[in-house]
Structure formats: C-alpha cells, structure tokens
Design a protein around this ligand. Sequence first.
Ligand SMILES: Cc1ncc(COP(=O)(O)O)c(C=O)c1O
Length: 475
Amino acid sequence: MEILKNGTDRRSFLTGAGKSASVLALGPLLASMGATASTAAPMGGKYDFDTPYNRIGTDCVKWDMAIRDEHMPKIVAGMGIADMDFECVPAVTEALQKRISHHNWGYEMLDIDLLLGNGGSSPFVKGIIDWNHKRYGITAITAKNIGISTGVHSGIMPALRAFAPPGSKVLMVTPIYNAFYFDLYGSKLLANESVMKFVNGQYEIDWDDFEKRASDPMTKTTILCNPHNPVGRVWTKDELHRYGEICLKHNVKVLSDEIHCDFVGKGQKYTPFSTLDDKKMVDNSITFKAASKSFSLAGLKCAWYFATDPAVFKEVQFWNRSEVSTLGIVSSQAAYAGGEDWLNQCVDYIDGNQKFANDYINAKLPLIKVGNKPQGTYLAWLDVSGLADKIGAQKLADAENKKPQPINFLTGKPGKVIADDMVAHWLAKNAYVQLNAGYTYGSGGNNHMRMNIATSRKTLTAALDSMAAAMKNLA
Ligand SMILES: Cc1ncc(COP(=O)(O)O)c(C=O)c1O
C-alpha cells in the first residue's frame, strides 16, 4: 500500500479525508508553520467555507500532485490548478448519493439525444437554459443548440477542428490559460499572441496589436477567456464589443471560454459574449461553459457549449465525439437546481480572499508585486521578479540546464528549465506552497506566478505567512 509522506497510508487518509481529518492533518501542520489565524472576519452565512477541508490522499492535482512532483516533505497549501478546496455543495452530494444507490451504469440517453438535437426533454438541458437565463440574462441557449463534452477543452477541440485548419493561427491575448497551448498543439495550430499591456494596475488589450494580428490571413480563430485566467480581468461590454467587431471584420471565429463566469468580484459584471447586441457578432461565436469551475466538480467531467448560428453549431457537432458521465450529469443538474445560495456565498468568500491576499502581499511581501485586486476568477497573478532576482533564479535555471533534462512530452526534446520554475521550486521547498510558473501562460507571463486562492481563509493565511517567513530569511 502506498504510504504518504507523513507516514499515513492512502486508504486511511481517504477514509478520514474531509472536515474531521482536516483538523488532524492540517492543524499541527499549520501550527508548525507558525501560521496565524485569519485576521479578516469570517464571512458567516449558511455554509462553512472557513474550516479547512482536507484533500490530501484523494489523488488530487492541487495537493497530492504538488507533494509528489515538488518532493515536498510537508505542505501548507497546494495553490496551483484551478479547483477549490471547499466541501461540495450539499445539493450535489445528496443527488450523487441518491444516484449511486442504483447500481447500474449503462449508457446515458442524454448523450444520444443531444447528438441528434433532441435535448428538449432533458432536465439537464432545461437546468442549463433556466440557470443561464435567470442568472446572466442569456436567452440564446435552446434545446437545439447545446453540445456536450467531458470538459471545456474537449469542447474547444472540435471547434478548432471545425474552424481552424491545421497550420493556421489562433489569436489569444496573453498571458492566458496555459492549457490552451496544449489544445493548439494537439490540433496542429500556432498561437498568435497579443501581449496585454499593464496599465494602472490592470491588464488591458493592446487593440492596435490585436487588430493587426486578427487581420493576418492565417488567423482563423480566437480563444477569448472571459473572465480572464490568469490575470483576473472581467471584460466589459465595450471591450467585448470591440473584440467581437474586430473578429467579425477579419472573419475570425470567436471561441468564448466562460468557465470562470461566476467568479466576479463586487462591483464587476460578467457579460456573456452571447448577450452582445449585434447578432452577427454573436453568430460568429461559440460559447463554452460548465458548472465544474463554479461548484468545483472538475473530476466529474461534464461541460457544454452552444452556438446561435445553426451552421456553426452543426460544424462543431460534426467533429465532437465526447460524451458526459452519469455522475457529471447528475452533479451539474443538481448544482444548478439547488446550489445558488451556496455559490453566492462562495463567490463572496472568494472576493474576500482576493482582497485579503492582495492587501497581505502589498503589506508584507516586498519581493512580490500585485496589481489591483483581480476583478474575477479565484486566481491571483503575482509579479515575482523581485524574488527571482533575490534567489538568483536565472543562474539556478542555467545550472539546471547544464544537467540532462527529462524529455518534454510535447516536443519530444529535452525540456528547458526556466527561471520561473526555479521560483516555483524555491517556494515549494522553503514556504511549502505550490504555485504555477508564469511563463507557461504564454508571452508576457515570465517572472510571474499564478496563485489559486480558492481555499479557506485559514489556509490562505497560513500560506501567505509561510511565504513571508521564507522570504524574510532572504533579507
Ligand atoms: C479558462 C479555462 N478553461 C478551461 C479550463 C478547463 O476546463 P475543463 O476541465 O472543463 O476542460 C480551465 C481550468 O482551469 C480554465 O481555467
């Protein structure tokens, strides 16, 4: 049996994972790190986001992979991959429990109905239509223009197949969600990167550059990330209109990834691309969404997309072969039907975390810089150039590159260590936190780290305290 680094076997961890175990597993760990309790008032409310929920030993990327890949003897927080540490909304757990009491797992009617455009009778489809209408005013979704996929990626892939011939370019404003580069690679496409400008503490699209790139005849598609991972922008209606206008003018199909749509801070408003008031612009787009980010259901594999132009929709359907799992359907449906209160409280809590982290970093981590509080997502984007300089990250990377490096699975050639990798290793080794290296988010990402703050305020505080303590030793 696999023995975890703290000496507990995996099975006993799994049986104990969750709230009660979290006190055992995280309590002494946090105490040993000298972590202080959150100074911000708890949000209160019906659901408990404050008590750390232990995920260690569940084979999750956010904690277990961090421990494994960074060889961490102990961990204060996994703060990489974009899922949340909270206990799932009760409505989902109840629905899953009900479904697993029936012990047959055959093919799903939904998969076939949606393939044939017969989604009308499905409560899953009705749930999506109602939720999006009520919450965001989207009226464009019908039972006939929804397609399903195991994830947003697996929906984006057939859309790229449909509209981006191999060898063509995909326009993206960067830094942008790193896994889009895998989608491009797997579709034999090239990234056409328009690096954003950093103006008055926030990222802006460089419109002249964007239009120049859109007008490149090799550019057939663009992936829009709204709200934007990793820089946390919630694009305004005017920005989206300008984006859509340029793309329409240059015949660039818009693939709008709106998976982060629920995580929008106070005073901000998510504008679905499909609600722009120019029908031609909307018809020039496909929107990709899921309940998976909002309710942290990523492991259950269920996402969906829609397009208002029937010809566009048909083209994506033609290439799509993905289906969804029974538990994915049950959980997404239950989340939309019974999860709204939970989500509202969660979004408030996250917004509080964003403020807390931003204020903390500004006050106590002089080697790290942040812009304005992120407008959306549960990701913080940290400028770590000060820390990189202090630890000599470039020199460390150069030294690493003199040693044989493992083969990069994409290029088939030995990988190259980048200074950001060394900052990530340093943080894992000295502060026991795992963050994601900025260069992986494309041009403009170097010298940054992406930090996921979707965790209990206690864990977030412990992580920041631990980073502060580690960096103090550098002074
Ligand atoms: C912008 C964006 N799109 C897509 C995904 C992944 O979606 P899925 O797991 O549904 O493929 C993520 C996950 O972090 C994301 O941030």
